[in-house]
Write a protein that binds this ligand. Structure first.
Ligand SMILES: [Fe+2]
Ligand SMILES: [Fe+2]
Length: 312
């Protein structure tokens, strides 16, 4: 039997499960709750704090779980009585699960889950001014860093796109592309993945050649999938491009969406590799990246970071 991972924050207590919920414990999949059952508040809280257990559904239950999650997201995000913390946790859980699934096996179901997760994140961000602060305030364990980076890029990119008056479709595309932009990194071996953590200015030409392969790798993974639209494919493929033409595809003329994704990716990546504060990272970028992004966009990005309280 094949299993699909999920985050426990995307399941709720006292709600009929429409799928069998498994935990992975001591090298085994154990059915923890059956469809039709509910998780008690108590059991749910215990599961949430349980770091050793991972949660799964069977591949056959993917459709049932997705329907369950879609309804739960719609209800949770539109309910004014539910606090922001819970909304953010659920949208993040949906996004993290989706990215993890896309890394492992980019099926249509995983892709649709990614689209829905990106939309949900955007919905929380648009409706609640403190969302970005909550998202960026969270730290994760090392093995979750690339997923967290993808969520950060998604959140900041849709916010900047909103300021730049992109259309709904453009914002949805940006959100989805941002979540999967680095799935090419999953094909890297243990040594090469270290390049993700190395500051760009210390990458040798050889390092760059290897590191930049992740853009092509992602494109190769996605281009055969009929459900991935050309717009998403282009965005993913060009997420490391810069106007000076020094990106992996040497592209100089970037669309606004491509420039937003590249800029935001560059920013979040710097905070990981250079370990600089948000304010310092921005300062460095205003100097280092002048020929790479429109000054106008850099300034709008600075405004976003300021108004969202991310520079404090
Ligand atoms: Fe990348
Ligand atoms: Fe990235």
């Amino acid at each position: 039997m094949e299993f699909t991972p999920l985050r426990i924050s995307t399941v709720k207590p006292l709600r009929d499960l429409t799928f069998d919920l498994y935990i992975f414990f001591k090298e085994h999949y154990l059915c923890y709750a059956k469809r039709g059952e509910q998780l008690s508040e108590d059991k749910f809280q215990k599961l949430k704090t349980q770091k050793i257990a991972k949660f799964f559904i069977t591949e056959q239950d993917e459709v049932n779980y997705q329907k369950f999650l879609d309804a739960l997201l719609d209800e949770t995000l539109s309910n004014p009585k539910i606090d922001l913390e819970e909304k953010v946790n659920m949208a993040e859980g949906a996004a993290s699960s989706a990215v993890e699934r896309m890394q492992k096996n980019p099926t249509e179901s995983a892709y649709r889950a990614t689209e829905k997760a990106a939309k949900s994140l955007r919905q929380v961000i648009t409706g609640n001014p403190d969302t970005l602060k909550k998202i960026f305030g969270k730290k994760v364990e090392k093995n979750e860093e690339i997923i967290k980076h993808s969520l950060n890029v998604c959140a900041l990119a849709v916010k900047l796109a909103e300021v730049k008056r992109c259309t709904e479709q453009e914002m949805d595309d940006l959100g989805t592309a941002a979540l999967i932009h680095d799935i090419g990194l999953t094909t890297f071996n243990k040594d090469d993945i270290q390049l993700f953590y190395k500051p760009k200015k210390f990458l040798s030409n050889d390092d760059k050649r290897v590191y930049y392969l992740h853009c092509k790798d992602a494109a190769n993974i996605l281009k055969e999938k009929p459900y991935v639209t050309p717009a998403i494919l282009e965005l993913v493929m060009n997420h490391e491009e810069v106007a000076s033409g020094l990106g992996p595809n040497k592209k100089k003329k970037l669309s606004l969406q491509e420039e937003i994704l590249s800029l935001v990716n560059n920013y979040d990546k710097r905070t990981i590799t250079n370990k600089t504060s948000p304010a310092q990272t921005l300062k460095d970028m205003m100097i280092d990246e002048l020929g790479n992004y429109e000054l106008n966009l850099l300034n709008d990005f600075k405004k976003v970071l300021q108004t969202e309280g991310l520079l404090e």
